[in-house]
Design a protein around this ligand. Structure first.
Ligand code: F0G
Length: 460
């Protein structure tokens, strides 16, 4: 018998109450948060799709591990476990723990970056870009053209455009390239996977020019699932072996463990080069903590070691990817324009195509984010011109390539009925589509403005 329903492959042993709210209350909360959901208190949110980062539910095994955490300052048993788990998966000899992904970015790009340096990625995630730019270097995105077309159903829309990559290397001069960074899956480009063939081509090019090739591997298990199901050569291979092969191509990796290590906090770097690793360790000790814990407690490291095993479980990954697809397919069937095929950790709605009456400089993505909150208490995030927009010399907006809204699904947290509630909310949002209005920014900081910006509704 083959069931159509993909059930959650776990039972719930502990529950967390969701505070229910009314639309009237939410109108007030949103206004108080300056129409920026990052500024909302989480108890005012019914379904939190802001991020899949650090929001996973941990397993009984992980919680059991937490009780066994060794909190020694140096050489903790828990560190040995985490190191072994990472070494076994990535094959890299030098492993450096950090409290989360961006701490690893900040350390590595302080060393590899600086004025005149250029970093090339399929798409830099916002903190990656910010850390590179903060060092004085430049960050260039080279995703394939299909990756910028929300309606394209190309199976590996996260792929790097190899021709553009080579031209960008040549134009900027090999000696100026800080590193090439392949982000799997490509978060900012719609959570889209990268094929092994593409990873191999990137490696070949980096080798040819003697450039460091890094993987941003925070969603590598999800990427491996797509490779196993979409790339002929890898059909039937274990997800873990696919991930291992992908790591074997690179010179190092940065991972925010808050995603595919199924934990609430953590990250690491794993590197091939001893000299770079030694320099990173020096900075680590200044900024994060001693080399055997970084910014982590022993219990965090236990949870990471176990999470890195669990995430490659076949039933877990199948449920994970299928449940994201379930949301995406249902939205698509009701005429909501989404990025297709559906990515691994999130469904991305094309807000520009949905709100054709809101011009890009009035941030259609922010409008959708606010409407989802008002109608259903759903928190999502704009990934468009609020996040990535820049200004020209005259202060006019240079928009992002796409105006997306991300519904990121925490791992092992919500059930199918929560997802059905989200689908129903989209029905209300669609009904009131014409009433939605755009926004102007009334306050913004210099870096990563989307986190703290204030907005004002522009009616009419
Ligand atoms: N790289 C990618 C591809 C990411 O998605 C993130 C975080 C990071 C690096 C930084 O890791 O948060 O541990 O410092 N992404 C989260 C998100 C914040 O919501 O997508 P971090």
């Amino acid at each position: 018998m083959r069931h159509k329903t993909i059930i959650e492959p776990f039972r719930i042993k502990m529950v967390e109450t969701i505070q229910m709210t009314t639309q009237k209350q939410r109108e007030r909360y949103l206004k108080e948060a300056h129409y920026n959901p990052f500024l909302l208190e989480s108890n005012k949110v019914i379904i939190d799709f802001l991020t899949d980062s650090g929001t996973s539910a941990m397993s009984d095994e992980q919680w059991a591990g937490i009780m066994r955490g060794d909190e020694s300052y140096a050489g903790a048993r828990s560190w040995e476990k985490m190191k072994e788990a990472i070494h076994d998966l990535t094959g890299f000899p030098y492993i450096i723990p950090t409290h989360q992904g961006r701490a690893a970015e900040s350390i590595l790009f302080t060393l590899l970056g600086g004025e005149g340096k250029v970093f090339i990625s399929n798409t830099h995630f916002d903190t990656t870009r910010a850390n590179i730019e903060y060092s004085g270097a430049q960050a260039i995105d080279c995703v394939i053209p299909e990756g910028k077309v929300p309606s394209s159903t190309y199976p590996f829309k996260g792929n790097m455009d190899i021709e553009v990559l080579e031209n960008t290397i040549k134009e900027n001069g090999t000696q100026n390239i800080g590193a090439v960074i392949l982000t799997v899956t490509n978060n900012s480009g719609g959570g889209q996977p990268v094929s092994m063939e593409n990873a191999r081509a990137v490696q070949k090019l980096c080798k040819k020019y003697g450039i460091i090739y890094l993987l941003d591997s925070c969603r590598i298990a999800e990427n491996s699932y797509f490779i196993a199901h979409r790339e002929e050569e890898y059909k039937g291979q274990s997800y873990r072996d696919i991930a291992k092969e992908m790591y074997s191509l690179a010179d190092g990796t940065i991972m925010s463990a808050k995603k595919d290590a199924l934990v609430n906090m953590g990250g690491f770097m794993a590197l091939k080069d001893k000299q770079i690793a030694d320099e990173c360790t020096n900075l680590l000790i200044i900024r994060e903590g001693f080399a055997t814990y970084g910014g982590l407690s022993g219990r965090d490291m236990e949870a990471i070691a176990r999470g890195l095993e669990e995430v490659f479980n076949k039933d877990y990954l199948h449920y994970r990817i299928r449940s994201t697809t379930y949301l995406g397919e249902n939205l698509f069937d009701m005429g909501i324009p989404i990025v297709r095929p559906v990515g691994g950790h999130a469904v991305y709605v094309d807000a520009k195509a949905f709100y054709t009456h809101i011009p890009v400089h009035r941030y259609p993505g922010q409008a959708l984010v606010c409407e989802l909150y008002l109608h259903g208490g759903i928190r999502s995030v704009e990934i468009g011109s609020v996040m990535f927009g820049k200004y020209d010399a005259n202060g006019n907006l240079i928009p992002a390539a796409m105006e997306l809204v991300r519904l990121a699904i925490p791992r092992r947290v919500y059930t199918q009925s929560h997802i059905d509630y989200v689908i129903e909310t989209f029905g209300f949002v669609k009904e009131h589509k014409e009433d939605a209005s755009g926004f102007r920014i009334t306050y913004e900081p210099e870096f990563l403005r989307h986190f703290t910006a204030h907005f004002e509704q522009v009616v009419g």
